[in-house]
Design a protein around this ligand. Structure first.
Ligand code: C5J
Length: 220
């Protein structure tokens, strides 16, 4: 077992049973004209973590961890997008509508692609998800089971929405999870900070947290 200096206490993992889950590092959340921007968000807040996520993925690949990438994206006929989700808020364009990067949050469209700096390499797992959590409506659970994965090292956007929902889903399913604090971001820095605090509170009620610098010294 490898030990990471983490909060609220050290996190232990072995490379064979651990996956990095990189959540929704898509153009739709990070680039101008995407879903996140159409909701009025400041995308610079989430774009800032791209180098940290890239460094985390490089570290995980060198250590031989299983790498999973998720994308929040709906089927082209929107049959997996509840009307309530599509109608939520008051955006100029809605999920499924044409935008500068194709149809918003729809599978296969340019906006749904993971940005090149942190894109999947051949052989890495990619999960398209209709919800905020990566387990809901996907085969993630069976994929992880098939790979013998019991621990998740999690990063991505946004901390208080898809990252947090996925961590809570994983926690309820018995996974031990470490959130890499500076490899996750929100459009709202306060939400990020509070979510990190909340998730690791009460003895790590949902997960452990650590900054990337605590992982990088660990080598194969
Ligand atoms: C949101 C996400 N914020 N990936 N999605 O709608 O966090």
């Amino acid at each position: 077992m490898i030990t990471v200096d983490a909060l609220p206490y050290p996190f232990h993992f072995d490379p064979e049973s651990t996956a990095i889950v990189s959540i929704d590092m898509q153009r739709d959340f990070i680039e101008p004209g995407g879903f996140g921007a159409t909701l009025g968000n400041d995308i610079r807040q989430v774009a800032a973590i791209v180098p940290t996520v890239a460094a985390l993925l490089s570290w995980g690949r060198a250590l031989g961890l299983t790498i999973v990438h998720t994308r929040e994206a709906h089927l082209p006929d929107l049959s997996d997008c509840p009307t309530a989700k599509r109608m939520r808020g008051n955006p100029k364009i809605r999920i499924g509508d044409p935008g500068p990067m194709g149809r918003l949050l729809v599978r296969g469209e340019p906006g749904s692609q993971i940005i090149p700096q942190v894109a999947p390499l051949p052989g890495e797992l990619v999960v398209d998800k209709p919800g905020k959590g990566a387990f809901y409506g996907t085969t993630l659970g069976s994929m992880l089971e098939a790979h013998g994965i019991h621990r998740l090292i999690v990063c991505g956007v946004t901390t208080e929405v898809c990252v947090q929902t996925t961590l809570r889903e994983a926690n309820d399913r018995g996974y031990e999870c470490l959130l890499v604090e500076d490899a996750a971001a929100s459009y709202f820095p306060d939400y990020h900070a509070q979510t990190v605090e909340m998730l690791r509170s009460q003895g790590g009620i949902v997960c452990w947290t650590a900054p990337l610098k605590n992982l990088l010294p660990i080598t194969a």
